[in-house]
Design a protein around this ligand. Structure first.
Ligand code: 5RP
Length: 233
């Protein structure tokens, strides 16, 4: 039997796949909710002979998409994407998000910025009033700069901790970088301002704040119901 939270993720993930239409170039996000989007897209490719090309945001998604028979492409061949479907760790009422729980924030932001439309799939537990109260903000850094960046972050009232594997080794992203997961006591009051400040710190490759990058939010419930919200409506 599928756990209840997975039912919610499945409902949202599969519904979002319906936004894809024939001929589209599609960004493919990362995570357990996106797994269900990939599953539904693969069904549509097979049954409806949907002609699409995906750009995956992680090696994990690339492997899964290839295994499922979803055709892939790269930014060497296309310069923009019609649509991206991705997950999120937290999303606030303005559709600002924390992403990167799965470590794919850098490629996810590159793909989101190249997309005309971003559809985000979540279970209802990801909806928050203020970012950063429940989930740590992931920040991808060049290993050489770890100690400098840590000091800069502490000046911004962040409490960074280096992401590790359960076995005790340092976690490395698909890009060979490290991640500092940052607590912000009191949460993140102004995500756009914090994002600007983080972008100015040498050694930070990317941060997990996604500001103004979500257009459509697909929320799954444990009952299997889905709610869709569009930005600005
Ligand atoms: C990966 C991400 C994911 O989209 C985010 O962590 C949500 O994952 P899940 O769907 O497994 O809850 O940002 O870097």
């Amino acid at each position: 039997m599928i756990p209840r939270v997975s039912q919610a993720k499945r409902a949202a993930g599969r519904r979002a796949a319906e936004y894809v239409i024939d001929g589209m170039n599609v960004g493919l996000g990362t995570g357990s909710t996106i797994f269900y989007t990939l599953e539904r897209l693969a069904e549509r490719v097979e049954k409806e002979h949907l002609s699409i090309r995906g750009i995956p945001t992680s090696e994990d998604t690339e492997r899964k998409a290839l295994d499922m028979g979803i055709p892939l492409t790269s930014f060497a061949e296309v310069d923009s994407l019609d649509l991206t479907i991705d997950g999120a760790d937290e999303i606030d009422p303005s559709f600002h998000m924390i992403k990167g729980g799965g470590g794919a924030l850098l490629r996810e932001k590159i793909v989101a910025a190249a997309s005309q439309r971003e559809v985000i799939v979540v279970d209802r537990s990801k909806l928050v009033d203020r970012l950063g109260l429940k989930f740590l903000l992931p920040i991808e850094i060049v290993p050489f700069a770890r100690h400098n960046v840590t000091r800069w972050l502490e000046h911004l009232e962040a409490q960074p901790s280096l992401r590790m594997h359960a076995e005790g080794e340092t976690y490395l992203t698909d890009n060979g970088n490290e991640i500092l997961d940052c607590a912000f006591p009191g949460g993140i009051a102004d995500p756009a301002e914090l994002e600007r400040r983080l972008a100015g710190i040498p050694g930070i490759v990317e941060n997990g704040l996604f500001v103004d990058l979500c257009h459509v939010l697909v929320i799954g419930d444990e009952s299997g119901e889905v709610e869709v919200r569009e930005k600005g409506r």
